[in-house]
Design a protein around this ligand. Structure first.
Ligand SMILES: [Ca+2]
Length: 385
């Protein structure tokens, strides 16, 4: 199906809807805007900025895990959740292409429960069946949000990764992202596709608003960005990957990412060309699955580049959003990368890397998981500092 795009509508919707590596690269080829860098905070590593994985693996001395608060779970685990011990960890990324994840700094979070896996189609279907909730992608776009768009173009739908036939420039992600009318969590790749038989796949085409609605229904909340990274690191200290410092330990692929030439040739050497059923790969040190790759995961925080101003204890993120690559469009943080990430093009499946997206925008590589504090939640679903 060819999308009869009005140029302004297409560009606006795509830039707002396409999330994660691909369109971030569109806004700033080569990664985040270079810009002046803040002075780095003191690093625990004596070797300075992180070296390539293989070098780090060979040279980095063993490091003890930081002291953890709340190491003991406060009680039996809620169904499908694991306890993430609180403690202090190094948050952020030194990678030169990830200036929005600097400075690497020490952060302390209290212990919390986290979903063992990304929210699945079956779990989301239960929520929809119980509440009648209609996701944003299933609603007709409001003309007020897309001034100038022809009314016939304002139809429900969402963005779908659509690989080109051959090599293309990395400069224009609009080549491999397409707004598909009828794409939704029920039809992730478009109206002709289905989630039938995919109960255990992560739900996708859900925006931040949808994720928040699910979390409230489930009596949970979205994790803060700091909690998400603490959980992703699984007790490891400043390793390049959530599983350690070697991309392919024992020659295996430890996560659902991209192999081959992006975006036209995906060898699926890890077994999956698109999303994988949750828990298809080994868990991290806390027993959490798919904290790298598979689908991006929404966090509670507003997005702003950098961590220059951030509390060091239970940070909740900034009070408002600013994305210098798309001023005027408020965005929430995403973490974890997706099946589209690779070391060749986009390494944002690394534990300190960041993604971002408009709260009303989903895509075929974006999902979420929930967190839960061991004490009652405030009405707005976010924990007080
Ligand atoms: Ca894959």
């Amino acid at each position: 199906m060819t999308w009869p795009a009005h140029p302004s509508w297409f560009a606006r919707s795509t830039l707002r809807l396409a999330l994660g590596c691909a369109l971030m690269m569109a806004a700033a080829p080569g990664g985040c805007a270079p810009g002046p860098q803040p002075p780095a905070r003191p690093s625990r590593s004596e070797s300075g900025p992180e070296a390539p994985a293989d070098d780090r693996a060979a040279s980095k001395p063993d490091q003890e895990a930081p002291p953890a608060l709340d190491r003991k779970p406060p009680g039996p685990a809620p169904e499908g959740m694991v306890w993430v011990p609180g403690g202090t960890f190094w948050m952020g990324a030194d990678d030169p292409s990830m200036s929005d994840a600097r400075p690497v700094h020490e952060v302390t979070v209290d212990g919390f429960w986290m979903d063992r896996t990304e929210v699945t189609n079956r779990q989301f279907a239960r929520f929809v069946a119980a509440t009648g909730y209609v996701t944003v992608a299933e609603r007709k776009p409001d003309p007020k949000d897309f001034p100038g768009a022809p009314p016939e173009n304002l139809v429900p739908g969402s963005l779908v990764f659509t690989p080109p036939a051959g090599e293309v420039s990395f400069e224009d992600p609009l080549i491999w992202w397409r707004y598909v009318p009828g794409a939704s969590w029920r039809h992730p790749e478009g109206p002709e596709t289905t989630i039938e038989g995919k109960d255990h796949y992560p739900v996708v085409q859900v925006c931040w608003d949808d994720a928040m609605a699910y979390a409230r229904w489930a009596g949970k909340r979205l994790p803060t960005e700091a909690e998400w990274e603490c959980a992703a690191r699984g007790g490891k200290v400043r390793t390049r990957y959530v599983w350690g410092d070697t991309l392919r330990p024992d020659g295996t692929w430890p996560a659902n990412i991209w192999q081959g030439h992006f975006p036209d040739r995906n060898s699926a050497a890890d077994g999956f060309a698109r999303t994988a059923p949750v828990a298809s790969f080994p868990p991290n040190g806390y027993g959490l699955f798919d904290m790298a790759g598979n689908v991006w995961e929404w966090c509670a925080d507003w997005y702003r580049p950098g961590y220059e101003v951030s509390p060091d204890h239970n940070p909740q993120g900034p009070s408002s959003s600013y994305d210098p690559h798309e001023p005027g469009v408020a965005k929430r943080v995403q973490r974890g990368g997706s099946f589209l990430c690779s070391d060749q093009y986009c390494t944002r499946y690394l534990p300190g890397a960041r993604g971002k997206g408009s709260p009303d925008s989903g895509a075929s590589h974006v999902g979420f998981r929930c967190a839960l504090s061991p004490r009652p939640e405030p009405p707005d679903g976010r924990r007080a500092p």
